[in-house]
Design a binder for this molecule. Structure first.
Ligand code: SF4
Length: 169
């Protein structure tokens, strides 16, 4: 892993991320059952929301997209909104640094009050990034293998462990 990406770890900590770890595609556990759960278990998909559109890409294409990167930043937060903001901010920083293919993967929670959830258009559709589940990423297994927490929540008051990815180059 090259030191040149360590700056994004520092920047992520500055954006209040609990953890920020540089990984490779080999650290990501892909399992098509994540898509099974997405298609039949997620209200966002049932609503045909921009938050989970796959833009006419196939699962195989999405796998290939992720696997073509060499360096990925994994972000951990208890706050879905802060996490989405950090993902898009670091993607932008990396892009401006010359990593022109930098790209975030994270179910969009950029706005504290999402207008899409209320049936309205998204005011910033170009900032919406794809959901990790649509890429067949088993987040539980991926982060547990890296020593990070991720448990099935038993109540809405439980502390949430949310994760996002920034594909760097
Ligand atoms: S309204 Fe905000 S949170 Fe909702 S999809 Fe658009 S950018 Fe994301």
């Amino acid at each position: 892993m090259t030191l040149k990406f360590e700056k994004y770890v520092v920047q992520a900590k500055g954006l209040d991320m609990i953890d920020a770890i540089l990984i490779t595609p080999q650290d990501i556990c892909f399992d098509i059952r994540a898509i099974l759960k997405c298609r039949w278990g997620c209200d966002v998909f049932v609503q045909n929301s921009i938050r989970c559109h796959v833009r006419d890409t196939t699962y195989q294409e999405r796998l290939e997209m992720v696997n073509n990167y060499n360096n990925i930043l994994l972000l951990h937060s208890h706050d879905a909104h802060e996490l989405s903001k950090a993902v898009i901010n670091i993607e932008r920083m990396a892009f401006l640094d010359g990593y022109y293919l930098a790209f975030g993967i994270r179910l969009c929670n950029l706005c504290e009050d999402c207008s899409v959830k209320k049936g309205h258009d998204c005011p910033t559709p170009l900032k919406v990034r794809p959901c990790d589940q649509s890429f067949g990423i088993d987040v539980y297994k991926t982060v547990r293998n890296l020593g990070l927490p991720c448990e099935v929540l038993q109540s809405k008051d439980d502390i949430q462990n949310r994760y996002g990815f920034v594909l760097l180059d």
